[in-house]
Design a binder for this molecule. Sequence first.
Ligand code: NAP
Ligand code: FE
Length: 371
Amino acid sequence: MQAFYSPTRIIAGDGAVAGAAGLIQKFGKTALLVTGKASARVSGALDDVIRVLKANGQDYALFDRVGPNPSVETVFAGAAFSIEHKCDFCIGIGGGSPLDAAKAIAAFAAETPKKEDVFLHIPKIALRLVAIPTTAGTGSEVTQYAILTNDQEETKTSIASDALFPALALLDPRYTVGLSVETTVNTAIDALSHAAEGMLSVKAGEITDALAIDALGLISSRFSALRAGEFTEDDRRALLLAACLAGQVIANTGTTAVHALGYSLTYDRHIDHGRANGLVMGAFLRAVEAKSKRSVARILRAMRLKSTEDFCVLLEDLFGKVSLTDGEVSKYARKAAKTKNMKNLIVSLNEEELSGILTASRAGGAYGKVW
Ligand code: NAP
Ligand code: FE
Protein backbone atom coordinates (compact mmCIF):
# COMPACT_ATOMS: atom_id res chain seq x y z
CA MET A 1 0.00 0.00 0.00
CA GLN A 2 1.17 3.54 -0.65
CA ALA A 3 -0.26 6.98 -0.05
CA PHE A 4 0.57 10.15 -1.93
CA TYR A 5 -0.77 13.65 -1.32
CA SER A 6 0.19 16.77 -3.21
CA PRO A 7 -2.63 19.33 -3.18
CA THR A 8 -0.72 22.30 -4.63
CA ARG A 9 -1.75 23.55 -8.07
CA ILE A 10 1.47 24.14 -10.01
CA ILE A 11 1.90 26.57 -12.89
CA ALA A 12 5.37 26.43 -14.37
CA GLY A 13 7.09 28.33 -17.14
CA ASP A 14 8.05 31.83 -18.22
CA GLY A 15 5.31 34.29 -17.25
CA ALA A 16 3.73 31.95 -14.68
CA VAL A 17 2.70 34.84 -12.39
CA ALA A 18 0.95 36.82 -15.12
CA GLY A 19 -0.60 33.61 -16.38
CA ALA A 20 -2.10 32.96 -12.94
CA ALA A 21 -3.71 36.41 -12.58
CA GLY A 22 -7.23 35.01 -12.76
CA LEU A 23 -6.49 32.42 -10.08
CA ILE A 24 -4.83 34.98 -7.81
CA GLN A 25 -7.87 37.22 -8.09
CA LYS A 26 -9.98 34.54 -6.40
CA PHE A 27 -7.68 34.33 -3.35
CA GLY A 28 -8.95 37.41 -1.52
CA LYS A 29 -8.95 41.18 -1.17
CA THR A 30 -5.63 41.99 0.49
CA ALA A 31 -2.44 40.00 -0.01
CA LEU A 32 0.30 39.74 2.57
CA LEU A 33 3.54 39.59 0.55
CA VAL A 34 6.32 37.82 2.47
CA THR A 35 9.86 38.22 1.11
CA GLY A 36 13.52 38.47 2.04
CA LYS A 37 15.64 41.57 1.73
CA ALA A 38 16.59 41.41 -1.93
CA SER A 39 15.65 38.22 -3.76
CA ALA A 40 12.02 39.10 -4.53
CA ARG A 41 13.07 42.45 -5.98
CA VAL A 42 16.25 41.36 -7.78
CA SER A 43 14.51 38.41 -9.41
CA GLY A 44 11.70 40.58 -10.78
CA ALA A 45 9.09 38.40 -9.05
CA LEU A 46 7.86 41.12 -6.70
CA ASP A 47 7.22 43.53 -9.59
CA ASP A 48 5.33 40.84 -11.50
CA VAL A 49 3.16 40.06 -8.45
CA ILE A 50 2.39 43.70 -7.71
CA ARG A 51 1.48 44.30 -11.35
CA VAL A 52 -1.00 41.41 -11.25
CA LEU A 53 -2.49 42.50 -7.91
CA LYS A 54 -2.96 46.08 -9.15
CA ALA A 55 -4.55 44.92 -12.39
CA ASN A 56 -6.84 42.64 -10.36
CA GLY A 57 -7.85 45.51 -8.05
CA GLN A 58 -6.38 43.69 -5.02
CA ASP A 59 -4.54 45.46 -2.17
CA TYR A 60 -1.31 44.27 -0.61
CA ALA A 61 0.96 44.82 2.38
CA LEU A 62 4.67 43.98 2.09
CA PHE A 63 6.53 42.20 4.90
CA ASP A 64 10.12 42.04 3.61
CA ARG A 65 11.96 41.25 6.81
CA VAL A 66 12.67 37.54 6.39
CA GLY A 67 16.35 36.56 6.69
CA PRO A 68 17.95 33.16 6.04
CA ASN A 69 16.86 30.41 8.47
CA PRO A 70 13.82 32.36 9.71
CA SER A 71 13.33 32.80 13.44
CA VAL A 72 10.21 32.44 15.55
CA GLU A 73 10.41 36.20 16.26
CA THR A 74 10.29 37.04 12.54
CA VAL A 75 7.28 34.81 12.04
CA PHE A 76 5.39 36.34 14.96
CA ALA A 77 6.21 39.83 13.68
CA GLY A 78 4.89 38.80 10.25
CA ALA A 79 1.68 37.38 11.72
CA ALA A 80 1.08 40.60 13.71
CA PHE A 81 1.77 42.64 10.55
CA SER A 82 -0.72 40.53 8.61
CA ILE A 83 -3.43 40.97 11.24
CA GLU A 84 -2.75 44.73 11.44
CA HIS A 85 -3.16 45.07 7.66
CA LYS A 86 -6.21 42.78 7.54
CA CYS A 87 -4.62 40.50 4.94
CA ASP A 88 -6.83 37.63 3.87
CA PHE A 89 -4.31 35.66 1.80
CA CYS A 90 -0.55 35.35 1.60
CA ILE A 91 2.02 35.31 -1.21
CA GLY A 92 5.51 34.09 -0.31
CA ILE A 93 8.29 35.09 -2.72
CA GLY A 94 11.90 33.95 -2.40
CA GLY A 95 14.03 31.01 -1.44
CA GLY A 96 13.05 28.42 1.16
CA SER A 97 13.49 30.94 3.97
CA PRO A 98 10.80 33.43 2.87
CA LEU A 99 8.54 30.60 1.68
CA ASP A 100 8.75 28.76 5.01
CA ALA A 101 8.26 32.03 6.89
CA ALA A 102 5.22 32.80 4.71
CA LYS A 103 3.68 29.44 5.64
CA ALA A 104 4.18 29.93 9.36
CA ILE A 105 2.98 33.53 9.15
CA ALA A 106 -0.11 32.45 7.18
CA ALA A 107 -0.88 29.92 9.93
CA PHE A 108 -0.12 32.15 12.90
CA ALA A 109 -2.11 35.06 11.43
CA ALA A 110 -5.11 32.73 11.28
CA GLU A 111 -4.54 31.19 14.72
CA THR A 112 -1.68 32.48 16.88
CA PRO A 113 -0.11 29.93 19.22
CA LYS A 114 1.77 30.80 22.41
CA LYS A 115 5.42 31.46 21.59
CA GLU A 116 6.58 28.60 23.80
CA ASP A 117 4.23 26.20 21.97
CA VAL A 118 5.36 27.01 18.43
CA PHE A 119 7.02 23.65 17.81
CA LEU A 120 4.29 21.65 19.58
CA HIS A 121 1.35 23.38 17.93
CA ILE A 122 0.07 21.77 14.72
CA PRO A 123 -1.62 24.50 12.65
CA LYS A 124 -5.15 23.56 11.62
CA ILE A 125 -5.91 26.65 9.58
CA ALA A 126 -3.89 29.18 7.61
CA LEU A 127 -4.45 32.02 5.16
CA ARG A 128 -4.53 30.65 1.61
CA LEU A 129 -1.04 30.68 0.27
CA VAL A 130 0.69 31.29 -3.06
CA ALA A 131 4.37 30.28 -3.18
CA ILE A 132 6.79 31.72 -5.74
CA PRO A 133 10.29 30.22 -5.47
CA THR A 134 13.35 32.23 -6.51
CA THR A 135 15.79 29.42 -5.67
CA ALA A 136 15.70 25.91 -7.13
CA GLY A 137 16.19 23.67 -4.13
CA THR A 138 13.91 23.40 -1.14
CA GLY A 139 10.68 22.52 -2.93
CA SER A 140 8.95 24.41 -0.12
CA GLU A 141 6.40 25.61 -2.68
CA VAL A 142 4.86 22.13 -2.66
CA THR A 143 5.49 20.90 0.89
CA GLN A 144 3.58 21.15 4.16
CA TYR A 145 6.73 22.04 6.12
CA ALA A 146 7.83 25.35 7.57
CA ILE A 147 11.33 25.02 8.98
CA LEU A 148 12.24 27.54 11.63
CA THR A 149 15.27 28.15 13.82
CA ASN A 150 14.66 26.56 17.21
CA ASP A 151 16.90 28.38 19.70
CA GLN A 152 15.69 26.34 22.63
CA GLU A 153 16.88 23.09 21.06
CA GLU A 154 19.77 24.83 19.23
CA THR A 155 18.74 23.41 15.88
CA LYS A 156 16.19 23.84 13.09
CA THR A 157 12.79 22.31 13.54
CA SER A 158 10.03 21.71 11.10
CA ILE A 159 6.39 22.58 11.68
CA ALA A 160 4.35 20.19 9.57
CA SER A 161 0.68 20.40 8.76
CA ASP A 162 -1.51 19.89 5.70
CA ALA A 163 -2.77 23.43 6.36
CA LEU A 164 0.67 24.67 5.27
CA PHE A 165 0.57 23.28 1.74
CA PRO A 166 0.49 26.27 -0.62
CA ALA A 167 -2.69 26.29 -2.69
CA LEU A 168 -0.74 27.58 -5.69
CA ALA A 169 2.93 27.37 -6.71
CA LEU A 170 4.16 29.61 -9.52
CA LEU A 171 7.46 28.46 -11.00
CA ASP A 172 9.13 30.91 -13.35
CA PRO A 173 12.74 29.83 -14.04
CA ARG A 174 13.68 33.40 -15.01
CA TYR A 175 13.51 34.32 -11.33
CA THR A 176 16.46 32.02 -10.62
CA VAL A 177 18.75 33.43 -13.32
CA GLY A 178 20.35 35.98 -10.97
CA LEU A 179 21.22 33.41 -8.30
CA SER A 180 24.90 33.30 -7.37
CA VAL A 181 26.83 30.19 -8.39
CA GLU A 182 27.18 29.27 -4.72
CA THR A 183 23.45 29.45 -3.96
CA THR A 184 22.65 27.64 -7.22
CA VAL A 185 24.96 24.77 -6.27
CA ASN A 186 23.83 24.65 -2.63
CA THR A 187 20.15 24.62 -3.51
CA ALA A 188 20.57 22.07 -6.33
CA ILE A 189 22.23 19.70 -3.89
CA ASP A 190 19.45 20.30 -1.37
CA ALA A 191 16.99 19.12 -4.02
CA LEU A 192 19.26 16.17 -4.79
CA SER A 193 19.28 15.22 -1.11
CA HIS A 194 15.47 15.40 -1.00
CA ALA A 195 15.19 12.97 -3.90
CA ALA A 196 17.87 10.59 -2.59
CA GLU A 197 16.64 10.65 1.01
CA GLY A 198 13.09 10.20 -0.25
CA MET A 199 14.11 6.98 -2.00
CA LEU A 200 15.64 5.74 1.26
CA SER A 201 12.56 6.48 3.34
CA VAL A 202 10.29 3.85 4.84
CA LYS A 203 7.43 5.94 3.42
CA ALA A 204 8.68 5.74 -0.18
CA GLY A 205 6.45 4.14 -2.80
CA GLU A 206 6.33 3.83 -6.57
CA ILE A 207 4.88 7.32 -6.95
CA THR A 208 7.53 9.09 -4.87
CA ASP A 209 10.25 6.92 -6.47
CA ALA A 210 9.11 7.95 -9.96
CA LEU A 211 9.33 11.61 -9.01
CA ALA A 212 12.64 11.16 -7.19
CA ILE A 213 14.24 9.26 -10.08
CA ASP A 214 13.14 11.98 -12.47
CA ALA A 215 14.50 14.69 -10.17
CA LEU A 216 17.84 12.87 -9.81
CA GLY A 217 18.04 12.49 -13.59
CA LEU A 218 17.36 16.18 -14.17
CA ILE A 219 19.92 17.30 -11.60
CA SER A 220 22.57 14.82 -12.67
CA SER A 221 22.19 16.01 -16.27
CA ARG A 222 23.37 19.35 -14.87
CA PHE A 223 26.34 18.03 -12.84
CA SER A 224 28.82 19.47 -15.34
CA ALA A 225 27.10 22.88 -15.19
CA LEU A 226 27.20 22.75 -11.37
CA ARG A 227 30.90 21.89 -11.51
CA ALA A 228 31.64 24.66 -14.02
CA GLY A 229 29.38 27.21 -12.30
CA GLU A 230 27.81 28.22 -15.61
CA PHE A 231 24.11 27.84 -16.24
CA THR A 232 21.99 28.15 -19.36
CA GLU A 233 18.30 29.03 -19.24
CA ASP A 234 17.58 25.37 -19.84
CA ASP A 235 19.72 24.39 -16.82
CA ARG A 236 17.71 26.84 -14.69
CA ARG A 237 14.43 25.37 -15.92
CA ALA A 238 15.59 21.81 -15.25
CA LEU A 239 16.83 22.61 -11.74
CA LEU A 240 13.62 24.44 -10.78
CA LEU A 241 11.50 21.55 -12.02
CA ALA A 242 13.71 19.00 -10.24
CA ALA A 243 13.43 20.92 -6.97
CA CYS A 244 9.64 20.95 -7.26
CA LEU A 245 9.48 17.20 -8.00
CA ALA A 246 11.81 16.46 -5.08
CA GLY A 247 9.65 18.68 -2.86
CA GLN A 248 6.64 16.51 -3.69
CA VAL A 249 8.76 13.52 -2.74
CA ILE A 250 9.69 14.75 0.75
CA ALA A 251 6.14 16.00 1.35
CA ASN A 252 5.29 12.30 1.35
CA THR A 253 8.45 10.57 2.56
CA GLY A 254 10.04 13.08 4.94
CA THR A 255 13.82 13.48 5.04
CA THR A 256 16.32 11.32 6.90
CA ALA A 257 19.86 11.42 8.31
CA VAL A 258 21.32 13.98 5.88
CA HIS A 259 18.88 16.65 7.00
CA ALA A 260 19.08 15.54 10.64
CA LEU A 261 22.87 16.07 10.59
CA GLY A 262 22.77 19.11 8.32
CA TYR A 263 20.55 21.09 10.71
CA SER A 264 23.32 21.20 13.33
CA LEU A 265 25.88 22.36 10.76
CA THR A 266 23.50 25.17 9.84
CA TYR A 267 22.53 26.13 13.38
CA ASP A 268 25.95 25.89 14.98
CA ARG A 269 28.28 26.61 12.10
CA HIS A 270 26.09 28.85 9.91
CA ILE A 271 26.64 26.64 6.88
CA ASP A 272 23.91 27.09 4.22
CA HIS A 273 21.27 24.36 4.26
CA GLY A 274 22.07 22.74 0.90
CA ARG A 275 25.81 22.90 1.45
CA ALA A 276 25.40 21.35 4.91
CA ASN A 277 23.53 18.46 3.30
CA GLY A 278 26.15 18.15 0.54
CA LEU A 279 28.98 17.94 3.06
CA VAL A 280 27.57 14.82 4.73
CA MET A 281 25.64 13.12 1.93
CA GLY A 282 28.56 11.18 0.41
CA ALA A 283 29.47 9.47 3.67
CA PHE A 284 25.77 8.96 4.42
CA LEU A 285 25.25 7.11 1.13
CA ARG A 286 28.25 4.92 1.87
CA ALA A 287 26.91 4.10 5.30
CA VAL A 288 23.53 3.10 3.86
CA GLU A 289 25.22 1.17 1.04
CA ALA A 290 26.96 -1.01 3.61
CA LYS A 291 23.52 -2.09 4.86
CA SER A 292 21.38 -1.94 1.72
CA LYS A 293 23.45 -2.04 -1.44
CA ARG A 294 20.43 -2.35 -3.76
CA SER A 295 18.74 0.82 -2.49
CA VAL A 296 21.83 2.89 -3.06
CA ALA A 297 22.46 1.27 -6.45
CA ARG A 298 19.05 2.58 -7.61
CA ILE A 299 19.98 6.11 -6.58
CA LEU A 300 23.37 5.91 -8.30
CA ARG A 301 21.72 4.57 -11.44
CA ALA A 302 19.24 7.48 -11.44
CA MET A 303 22.21 9.88 -11.21
CA ARG A 304 24.09 7.93 -13.91
CA LEU A 305 27.00 7.44 -11.53
CA LYS A 306 29.01 4.22 -11.26
CA SER A 307 29.78 4.21 -7.55
CA THR A 308 29.39 6.04 -4.25
CA GLU A 309 33.07 6.90 -4.68
CA ASP A 310 32.18 8.92 -7.81
CA PHE A 311 29.39 10.61 -5.83
CA CYS A 312 31.78 11.47 -3.00
CA VAL A 313 34.27 12.94 -5.48
CA LEU A 314 31.54 15.09 -7.04
CA LEU A 315 30.41 16.43 -3.66
CA GLU A 316 33.96 17.07 -2.55
CA ASP A 317 34.62 18.96 -5.79
CA LEU A 318 31.55 21.11 -5.14
CA PHE A 319 31.88 21.63 -1.40
CA GLY A 320 35.22 20.35 -0.09
CA LYS A 321 35.15 19.00 3.45
CA VAL A 322 34.01 20.45 6.75
CA SER A 323 36.26 21.09 9.72
CA LEU A 324 34.73 19.58 12.85
CA THR A 325 36.15 19.00 16.30
CA ASP A 326 35.60 15.66 18.04
CA GLY A 327 33.21 17.47 20.39
CA GLU A 328 31.15 18.77 17.47
CA VAL A 329 31.03 15.33 15.89
CA SER A 330 29.57 13.73 19.03
CA LYS A 331 27.22 16.63 19.76
CA TYR A 332 25.74 16.67 16.24
CA ALA A 333 25.47 12.87 16.08
CA ARG A 334 23.70 12.80 19.46
CA LYS A 335 21.22 15.43 18.31
CA ALA A 336 20.59 13.81 14.94
CA ALA A 337 20.01 10.39 16.53
CA LYS A 338 17.11 11.87 18.51
CA THR A 339 15.30 13.43 15.54
CA LYS A 340 12.16 12.02 14.00
CA ASN A 341 13.92 12.15 10.60
CA MET A 342 15.94 9.07 11.62
CA LYS A 343 12.78 7.00 11.94
CA ASN A 344 12.13 7.55 8.22
CA LEU A 345 15.33 5.82 7.13
CA ILE A 346 15.02 2.26 5.75
CA VAL A 347 18.11 1.10 7.66
CA SER A 348 18.95 1.99 11.22
CA LEU A 349 21.96 4.18 11.89
CA ASN A 350 22.87 4.60 15.54
CA GLU A 351 24.66 7.51 17.16
CA GLU A 352 28.05 5.91 16.64
CA GLU A 353 27.36 5.41 12.95
CA LEU A 354 26.16 8.99 12.61
CA SER A 355 29.45 10.07 14.23
CA GLY A 356 31.18 7.95 11.61
CA ILE A 357 29.41 9.85 8.83
CA LEU A 358 30.51 13.18 10.28
CA THR A 359 34.05 11.94 10.82
CA ALA A 360 34.26 10.78 7.22
CA SER A 361 32.90 14.14 6.06
CA ARG A 362 35.40 16.29 7.86
CA ALA A 363 38.73 17.55 6.66
CA GLY A 364 41.28 14.81 7.26
CA GLY A 365 38.52 12.17 7.27
CA ALA A 366 38.70 9.37 4.78
CA TYR A 367 35.78 7.89 2.93
CA GLY A 368 35.59 4.15 3.21
CA LYS A 369 37.76 3.74 6.28
CA VAL A 370 35.05 4.40 8.77
CA TRP A 371 32.77 1.53 8.15
P1 NAP B 1 17.31 31.11 1.31
O1 NAP B 1 17.78 31.17 2.72
O2 NAP B 1 15.87 31.30 1.06
O3 NAP B 1 18.12 32.14 0.40
C1 NAP B 1 19.53 32.12 0.38
C2 NAP B 1 20.07 33.42 -0.18
O4 NAP B 1 19.79 33.50 -1.58
C3 NAP B 1 19.45 34.67 0.45
O5 NAP B 1 20.48 35.60 0.66
C4 NAP B 1 18.49 35.15 -0.60
O6 NAP B 1 18.27 36.55 -0.58
C5 NAP B 1 19.21 34.76 -1.87
N1 NAP B 1 18.34 34.62 -3.03
C6 NAP B 1 17.22 33.87 -3.14
N2 NAP B 1 16.73 33.94 -4.39
C7 NAP B 1 17.54 34.76 -5.09
C8 NAP B 1 17.56 35.20 -6.45
N3 NAP B 1 16.67 34.78 -7.34
N4 NAP B 1 18.54 36.06 -6.82
C9 NAP B 1 19.48 36.46 -5.94
N5 NAP B 1 19.51 36.07 -4.63
C10 NAP B 1 18.57 35.21 -4.23
O7 NAP B 1 17.85 29.71 0.71
P2 NAP B 1 17.16 28.34 0.31
O8 NAP B 1 18.24 27.36 0.21
O9 NAP B 1 16.24 28.50 -0.83
O10 NAP B 1 16.25 28.00 1.57
C11 NAP B 1 16.84 27.45 2.73
C12 NAP B 1 15.76 27.32 3.79
O11 NAP B 1 14.72 26.43 3.34
C13 NAP B 1 16.32 26.74 5.07
O12 NAP B 1 15.75 27.40 6.18
C14 NAP B 1 15.86 25.30 5.01
O13 NAP B 1 15.76 24.70 6.29
C15 NAP B 1 14.52 25.44 4.33
N6 NAP B 1 14.00 24.23 3.68
C16 NAP B 1 12.66 24.05 3.64
C17 NAP B 1 12.11 22.93 3.07
C18 NAP B 1 10.62 22.75 3.09
O14 NAP B 1 10.10 21.72 2.66
N7 NAP B 1 9.87 23.71 3.57
C19 NAP B 1 12.92 21.95 2.50
C20 NAP B 1 14.30 22.15 2.52
C21 NAP B 1 14.83 23.29 3.10
P3 NAP B 1 17.14 37.25 0.36
O15 NAP B 1 17.79 37.44 1.70
O16 NAP B 1 16.84 38.50 -0.32
O17 NAP B 1 15.96 36.32 0.46
FE1 FE C 1 16.27 20.51 2.47
